[in-house]
Design a protein around this ligand. Structure first.
Ligand SMILES: [Zn+2]
Length: 351
């Protein structure tokens, strides 16, 4: 394993950022290559510890000559967000300098060619970081961006062009659900990993071996040794299943049995009042239309001091908030409905 350090210039003298890149050189030039990154939202750590748990298996595979394709790993993808503390609380989702979500504003290239990347000399440190992450990932057949939700199931965002071709990956990783999306105008990292390949010839894209996904490893508090080990095993199964690593001892997973739904089916459930949230449901629960999802206590002890929120359709609870204080209009949870949501806000990539 080769380790190198990437440096990103800050926006004033005396400030710069660093992050490590770990590389395994594959022995077979024809084998698929893989890129894994974690903690782009810098406080989302289930993927960081999954990578840590994966490394012994990768080192063993390399020692035994079983690493076929190149593997590039960025365990801490966001040194800028990692350093952001505001009044003692970590802030890893938005860049404090620009208020931009760290998983938005990635360059969406017309072709998978690093020469097309914009000049970010004067673009700000977060843009330089995003440009560098795209550059590091370009050319890999498999691109995995490891995130987590607030509280949630393990699920994947996958572009419709890669489904059901990626069903084996979802099965290998052992996730509970797959959310399919079709359009990215905001420049998520996943979008930046997909869009360059949309208009190039099929023989260049090699759709049969292409993998790109935003992985949501449950909730922000699910940083846990046993889960990390299980997630690492899932990542390893994917790498073996797709031919990046060879391992004859591993049996192929069965078909994917989790929930598959288009983004349009997700109901976000905004809070009708500000207050304290009492949930009736947790991630994984199956609900039917009319079931109570949560009660907001907005005027404690008073008549009509509670507001109830009900399921607009049948479905499964994908995520909910980890904090119980809420403002009007903030989202209570994600319900993956059996049908299209009546809420126009569904249909956007929500990470
Ligand atoms: Zn995230």
């Amino acid at each position: 394993m080769q380790k190198s350090i990437e440096r990103i210039a800050g926006d004033s003298d005396g400030v710069s950022y660093e992050f490590p890149v770990l590389r395994f050189a594959g022995s077979d030039k024809a084998a698929p290559s893989a890129y894994l990154q974690a903690a782009l939202h810098a406080g989302e750590l289930p993927g960081v510890v999954a990578i840590d748990a994966l490394m012994p298996a990768l080192n063993k595979a390399q020692a035994e000559g079983r690493v076929k394709g190149n593997i590039t790993i960025v365990p801490w993808a966001n040194p800028i967000g990692r350093a952001q503390y505001h009044f003692g609380e970590h802030q890893g989702r938005f860049h404090l300098g620009t208020r931009t979500n760290f998983n938005r504003g990635f360059p969406l290239l017309a072709a998978p060619d690093a020469k097309l990347l914009p000049d970010t000399t004067f673009g700000g440190a977060d843009q330089r970081l995003k440009s560098r992450l795209v550059q590091l990932s370009l050319g890999h057949d498999i691109v995995l961006d490891l995130h987590c939700d607030d509280e949630g199931l393990a699920y994947l965002y996958i572009h419709t062009s890669l489904w059901p071709a990626m069903a084996d990956c979802a099965a290998a990783m052992g996730v509970d659900a797959v959310v399919l999306w079709g359009e990215d105008t905001d420049g998520t990292f996943e979008g930046a990993s997909i869009m360059p390949y949309q208009n190039v010839p099929a023989e260049v894209v090699k759709f049969d071996r292409r993998v790109a996904t935003t992985v949501e490893y449950r909730g922000i508090l699910d940083v846990d040794g046993a889960l990390a080990k299980a997630d690492a095993e899932g990542l390893y199964r994917l790498l073996v299943g797709r031919g990046v690593i060879s391992d004859n001892a591993l049996t192929a997973p069965g078909p994917f049995k989790g929930v598959v739904a288009p983004l349009e089916n997700i109901d976000m459930m905004p809070a009708p009042r500000a207050g304290a949230v009492l949930y009736d449901v947790k991630p994984g629960d199956r609900v039917v239309r009319g079931d109570r999802l949560a009660t907001i206590v907005h005027a404690p002890g008073e008549t009509d001091g509670r507001a109830e929120v009900f399921a607009p359709q049948d479905g499964i609870i994908l995520t909910r908030r980890s904090r119980r204080i809420i403002r009007v209009g903030e989202d209570l949870l994600k319900l993956v409905g059996d049908s299209k949501s009546a809420d126009a806000r569904s249909g956007t990539l929500e990470d």
